[in-house]
Ligand binder design. Structure first.
Ligand SMILES: [Zn+2]
Ligand SMILES: [Zn+2]
Length: 573
């Protein structure tokens, strides 16, 4: 018999739709499976990567239905984001029109591919209803101290007048207009993901066996927990004078306290407050100042490639030997890691070694391989046996690390410290097509949360998008509002949220019965039944960002009392 795809598939697609074949049951006594594919960005057309993922989840869903499970297999659209805005700039289309017409088209593609998705739970994260609940969560997180606003150094394109994500800086220039990107010190909202650093790390063990090992390792490295010593380098008398006694020194962190006797210089970031002070007070020669400015204007990726630096003509005192140590500005020291200052041990760190060779700085070896002599033509970065280290000579690195930290603590000149590579998550974007951050700036009250009954704070539809500046800020009326606290004239926050916020909780929204969607984001009972996701299917490119953020939100929602589990995704494919 001939297989007439056009006729047969249409017939079955109609049957499935009429019989609600893929809608999950609300009978929570049944055994369940929650099968989820990472939802797509509505770019316009499905690509083969999508088809691969949805075919996998569809096979799981159909298999478990046949086994008698109550199966939740939903789909939605991660529909905020820059591509919609860029299409608007290019073609003059409205981001909303562009997005929702793409969604319609892609829904048709899902249907003709025969995927067994729940129709009734389809959603787009740019739906105002979704924004409403998300803004509510943002307010809850702010009240809990998990969201804060502070100044930070961000990538800024002076031509586009917007902040760029690190991924949007290509060889130091703007991905869109090729202008050199600069670092700009500006206000930004941050989620306090570092508050969960320890738990995000230790709970990875709960995912072993369910998640690919590679993803667990990538998350572990990204969180980057390290134990070490923090101490303060104090300036010598001459340097104190040069700095008008404004600074007595600066803090550094090291994971290798066993190499402390090998310190031959200290390096600070070009953005360090001491450097800024020297520039502002004309304490540096023009040529030095210019070199520092050009370091600041390079992207962090560039700064890791070619090492460069300049001496500040300042000296600190070695905390143990009391010898004088020169202070350099070095481009590889980043302000957003640790304190923005490091002790440099060229004999035992490759980066410090290259820098010392380039600028002819001394190299003092203090660790040698067990049972052999040291080789001074390159950095010896492994653990070994200490020498040239006063009373610590002969110890192995591990013992010496513990003993040297104890020694610092006894002398009260330093402390044991745990450091994370993980940084707080900067979530504000100067873009139109995103969820508005629900805050108001009032001259009298400062930063004020919007009242929950006023949510959603929706985007205005009459918007002009040119690609320059923040469209919401330039809108003639949208930002003008009344202060929710005192009622006086105030200004709405015009930054919108990073779209990774929406994808951090959509899997919880799918658990909610659509008949309650207007009233609540989700219910505890429904969540308790459906979560965790039994099979989560998506690409390895999400190994860090999305999967880490979703784990973070899960822990936050648990601590806010909305849910009662620690991890969202049991098995990841
Ligand atoms: Zn640009
Ligand atoms: Zn006010």
């Amino acid at each position: 018999m001939e297989y007439s795809s056009k006729k047969l598939e249409k017939q079955w697609q109609e049957y499935w739709a009429k019989n609600r074949s893929f809608e999950p049951s609300e009978d929570f006594t049944k055994k369940k499976k929650y099968i989820l594919s990472m939802f797509p960005f509505p770019s316009g057309r499905l690509h083969m990567g999508h088809v691969r993922n949805y075919t996998l989840s569809d096979a799981f869903a159909r298999y478990y239905r046949q086994q008698g499970f109550n199966v939740l297999h939903p789909i939605g659209f991660d529909s905020f984001g820059m591509p919609a805005e860029n299409a608007a700039i290019k073609n003059g289309s409205h981001p909303k029109t562009w997005t929702y017409s793409n969604i319609d088209y892609m829904k048709g593609e899902f249907k003709s591919l025969g995927f067994s998705f729940s129709k009734e739970r389809e959603l787009a994260t740019s739906d105002e209803l979704y924004t409403k609940f998300e803004q509510g969560f943002i307010i809850d997180m702010y009240e809990k101290g998990l969201l804060y606003r502070k100044k930070g150094f961000l990538n800024w394109c002076p031509s586009c007048n917007t902040v760029l994500a690190n991924e949007q800086v290509i060889d130091g220039t703007c991905w869109r207009c090729d202008t050199s990107v600069v670092k700009k010190d500006m206000n930004q909202y941050y989620f306090k993901i570092t508050h969960y650093g320890d738990e995000l790390l230790s709970d990875l063990s709960k995912l072993e066996g369910g998640w690919p090992k590679q993803v667990l390792t990538m998350q572990e490295n990204w969180i980057g927990k390290s134990n070490g010593l923090e101490f303060r380098f104090s300036f010598d008398e001459a340097s104190l004078g040069r700095l008008n006694n404004k600074f007595d020194g600066f803090d550094v962190f090291t994971t290798r306290p066993d190499t402390i006797y090998g310190v031959s210089y200290a390096a600070i970031a070009p953005e360090h407050e001491i450097v800024s002070y020297m520039i502002q007070n004309s304490l540096l020669d023009d040529s030095v100042r210019e070199q520092i400015e050009s370091m600041k204007n390079a992207s962090s990726i560039e700064r890791q490639k070619e090492k460069s630096g300049v001496a500040l003509n300042l000296h600190v005192v070695h905390p143990l030997t009391k010898k004088s140590v020169p202070v350099w500005v070095a481009n590889f020291v980043l302000m957003d890691y640790g304190s923005g200052a490091v002790m440099a041990v060229p004999a035992h760190d490759e980066r410090d070694f290259d820098f010392a060779q380039k600028y002819d700085l001394p190299i003092h070896a203090v660790i040698k391989p067990f049972n052999s002599e040291s080789d001074d033509t390159k950095a010896f970065t492994e653990i070994g046996e200490l020498f040239n280290s006063e009373s610590f000579n002969g110890l192995n690195s591990k013992d010496a690390q513990a003993k040297i930290i104890e020694h610092f603590e006894m002398l009260k000149i330093g402390t044991r410290k745990i450091n994370f590579k993980l940084k707080d998550w900067g979530v504000s974007r100067q873009r139109y097509w995103g969820a508005p951050i629900p805050f108001v700036h009032c001259d009298d009250c400062g930063l004020v949360m919007e009242k929950k009954e006023n949510l959603p704070i929706a985007l205005p539809e009459d918007i002009v998008i040119t690609g320059e500046g923040n469209p919401l800020d330039k809108h003639p009326t949208w930002k003008h509002c009344k202060c929710p606290s005192c009622g006086k004239d105030a200004l709405r926050e015009t930054d919108t949220m990073d779209t990774f916020v929406e994808s951090s909780w959509y899997f919880l929204r799918f658990c909610a019965s659509p008949k309650n969607w207007e009233d609540e984001a989700f219910s505890k009972e429904q969540i308790a039944y459906w979560m965790g996701v039994d099979h989560y299917i998506g690409g390895i490119e999400h190994a860090i960002l999305h999967l880490l953020y979703a784990r973070f939100f899960t822990k936050v929602f648990r601590d806010l009392g909305y849910i009662s589990f620690d991890e969202p995704f049991e098995r990841l494919l």
